[in-house]
Design a protein around this ligand. Sequence first.
Ligand code: DC
Length: 258
Amino acid sequence: MNVETRAGPSVSIIPGVRALRPVVVHAGVFRLDQPIIITIDGPAGTGKSSVARALAARLGLDFLDTGAMYRAAALVALRRGITPDDPARLVGAAIEADIRFDWSLDPPAVLAEGEVLDDELRTARVTGIVSRVAGIPALRRHMVERQREIAKKHPRLVTEGRDQGSVVFPDAPVKFYLDASAKVRASRRAAQLAAMGQHADVAKLLAEIEARDASDMSRRDGPLVRPDGAIVVDTSNLEFDGVVTELERIVRRKAEEP
Ligand code: DC
């Protein structure tokens, strides 16, 4: 797909996504052999995480999964029996747990309290409370600080989440916003669960996805928004490889030749 529809404050490359007003494209303001931050935001189930990771690999950049940091905080809280109703204790516990990444692994593993957290981050228990955990302003401030520190040590980075282009790295030279209809996202999740041999109730998944979207979009701090200047990609009807190739093409086209 080579047609790019320019729109401000967001930019859409997908037909059917409403274009706003035209903006000037500033090509060549960064180089791919220099420090560069690429942000990818969007709701759950758009394939954001896998796309971000694949894009980082193709461009030779590091990959940061910021959702995993909020999931780690939720898991620490669950383990210590702290609920989001006690935000001060929860934030204290998350700070004490020293949530960080082991960058020697691919993808980098999340650690809390010195322990690698694997599949437990994706359990229903964690998914069930993480949005409320991520809504705690003091926790978000801490995470934003940590993410900026990480970017100082890993200045060539593809970072994905909900607020990366809007709050954490508003000056990033390339920002993407991946979207897909809630129905498509629920079906994808059902297919993932079925592949793991788990029963999936699509209607229930759809309700959960819509509830999480509403919670992520309506919180006061760092809500899920389309960042100014973001390139909006609707992945509803696109294959994974197609999305990655399109994002890579956009980045390479905007980059200055070394
Ligand atoms: O992308 P994910 O499903 O792993 O994210 C887990 C939760 O964390 C989700 O409710 C959104 C929230 N989150 C956030 O608020 N800000 C981020 N930068 C990343 C994730």
